[in-house]
Design a binder for this molecule. Structure first.
Ligand SMILES: C[S@@+](CC[C@H](N)C(=O)[O-])C[C@H]1O[C@@H](n2cnc3c(N)ncnc32)[C@H](O)[C@@H]1O
Length: 275
């Protein structure tokens, strides 16, 4: 099915059960993810600017793939599967078996055999992992030697805290205690809908858990301003401005790259398996 195919009508969207706000640490039924995927597909069809910005993000991710390593390129939590337009050989997966995706996969227990994946991509998925250490252990199992994990997630500068905090329903979770490993007896099928938008910032940019990366090399943690992205309104908000404004947003992003603490909105992280 094409991503532009109108699978959902505006009537469906208006009755779409999106949540208004969520509190830090709160747990919702995991099916909330699929509800959002379906709603996002509708926004995707009617927002060309959003598609253009996502294409640039996917190109950035593609530039970080290490193709010298033998193995599969896999995206976890693909949602709508749009990455395929830029990385056609990427295997798209999600918790939900939507018809446009290739496989159903849970980050906590993957169906790939040991050392069979060269690059694992997580785009806006890391902040949904309540137990990042448990997921990383599973990533290590499936990655080939020197395999890469490429994470693209919100970056929490002061501007982004305001934008994500006010205009997005998920909590920032900047003060939420980080729970690295799942408790004894945890089953991947028990995974809930969890969200802490600041998780990647805290772990990879601020390095709040420096002792957790034995067997990994943090190759890159790059905070990037992205007023261009914020101005698209994402999947749920209104777009700010037309073509002229978007040229300005792009210029602004280039100018502000030297002030990540003030302006960064996206974080690109590359991890390499070392042992
Ligand atoms: C915010 S959406 C991002 C979707 C897509 N990557 C994008 O950028 O448009 C988060 C996605 O992660 C998926 N997800 C959440 N927890 C997951 C898990 N434990 N394993 C695999 N996917 C997960 C959700 O189903 C959802 O599709």
């Amino acid at each position: 099915m094409s991503l532009l195919e109108p699978a959902w009508t505006s009537k469906t969207f208006s009755s779409f059960p999106l949540i208004e706000t969520m509190n830090a640490g709160e747990s919702l039924p995991v099916g909330q993810h699929d509800l959002e995927i379906q709603g996002n597909r509708l926004a995707w069809q009617r927002k060309p600017r959003l598609r253009a910005v996502y294409r640039e993000f996917h190109e950035l991710i593609a530039s970080r793939l290490d193709r010298s390593i033998t193995g599969k390129i896999v995206e976890l939590g693909s949602g709508m599967g749009a990455i395929k337009e830029v990385i056609p050989d990427c295997i798209t997966t999600d918790l939900f078996p939507n018809p446009w995706l290739e496989r159903r996969e849970n980050a906590y227990r993957l169906s790939f055999v040991d050392a069979s994946v060269s690059n694992l991509i997580l785009f806006d998925v890391w902040h949904h992992l309540r137990y990042p250490g448990t997921a990383l252990a599973e990533f290590r199992r499936v990655l080939a030697p020197a395999g890469h994990v490429i994470i693209f997630d919100p970056a929490m500068s002061w501007t982004a805290r305001f934008a994500y905090g006010v205009f997005h329903h998920e909590p920032l979770g900047m003060r939420l205690p980080l729970t690295w490993d799942a408790p004894e007896g945890f089953e991947p099928g028990d995974a809930d809908y969890f969200a802490a938008q600041g998780a990647a910032t805290r772990i990879f940019w601020r390095r709040e858990e420096p002792g957790r990366f034995g067997g990994w090399e943090l190759i890159e943690a790059r905070p990037l301003p992205s007023f261009e992205y914020l101005a698209t309104g994402g999947f749920s908000g209104p777009q700010l401005g037309g073509p002229f404004a978007f040229k300005l947003w792009k210029k602004l992003d280039r100018m502000l790259i030297g002030w990540p603490n003030l302006f960064a909105a996206r974080l690109l992280v590359v991890l390499k398996k070392t042992l």
